[in-house]
Write a new protein. Sequence first.
Length: 434
Amino acid sequence: MGMKRQRSEKLFKEAERCFPGGVNSPVRAFKAVGGHPLFIKRASGSRICDEDGNEFIDYVCSWGPLILGHAHPRVLDALREALEYGTTFGAPTEKETTLAMLIRNAMPSIEELRFVNSGTEAVMSSLRLARAFTGRDKVIKFAGCYHGHSDGLLVKAGSGVATIGLPDSPGVPSSYARNTLTARYNDIGSVDRIFNANKNSIAAVIVEPVCANMGVIPPDSGFLESLRALTESHGSLLVFDEVITGFRLAPGGAQALYRVTPDLTCLGKIIGGGLPVGAYGGRKDIMDMIAPSGPVYQAGTLSGNPIAMTAGIATLQALAETGVYENLEKFAATLQEGLCQAAAKNEVPVRVNRAGSIMTLFFTESPVHDYESAIVSDTRRFSAFFRHMLHQGIYLPPSQFEAMFLSTAHAEADIGATVNAALAALQAVQSELR
Ligand code: KE4
């Protein structure tokens, strides 16, 4: 399975001298799938090309932001024009309001919002605000959900924490961790029990309305509605972490798709169109507590910078065109069906969970509906599958516990090539690991 990797190997050795593990984000390190990461040189549409000239159909898409694919002409043209005016001023610009209006029009629950520079910053700020608004300290999250790396949320987290099997992160003071209570996704009873054991002390429940950090796990029917009712009855806030699902599942995100209205929403990824942007927002009576209109402090040098705003505006305007989500749905459904058939033909027990244009192929025969049923997946088979797909020119997320992301640039030929590669890869996995 030869693939030229000399330049990536050379660059990785240099990177290892600069960065812990040679990367700037753990999940990129290929730790869960073996070997060293490929260094990417350029990308366009659905394709990425590494430093050794290998080309791949990309299903990472920068972990979600690139729903239009790489280097979309509309985004690049808008950025080229914007750069002529300067890059950042540390002062208000019209573009922040333009992007905010696009977000608010799509998500009416967001009456006011604040731009930050990452999903982590959005979630961290939203929970500080929830604690201030309710006067309570505790927060409920769900095992396997990942909300960025702020201290209080690195408790039974998903994504890279699950990928490299870290129990939780050292360095988080126990005082933080004890204010983060963990429930079981899709198990409303587990939430109810925590509320009853912590009366009047839960500031908020934070949830990925569709999980994508223990692999993709959609909510069971009624789960989000029950969370809404429970938080309301206990005077706690419901925070939707829509960093992945916002503008991914629908223009209005999961809250539009499932018709459940949170008190606060966290966004990131797509709203930045490939540049660093996060946002948190929601009810005006809550958001007005944020400085300078209120006492809750939060700030950021590059928050709302015009270049990132430009990429976000161009992306959301392109997504507003007719048929975009219908096409994503069509291609994603075709891919899901193709992967299931490829597994069946090779008698490999898999589950392919999907929500819109994100999906995960789990190497397990039982349904995957929470963290416990996700982590029993055969990660050995997954890493063999990953390697065989990579060698056939398909770049999957290097972790069983991440989502595959499709873009509007993924064409029928890409889907067909991916399904054919999966057929061969699953056959190879079966003969290797029988
Ligand atoms: P960032 O700080 O990475 O922009 O966002 C944190 C975050 C918050 N909420 C959800 C639901 C998220 O998925 C994320 C980050 N997602 C991971 C991928 N699963 C980012 C990839 C990485 O960590 O390198």
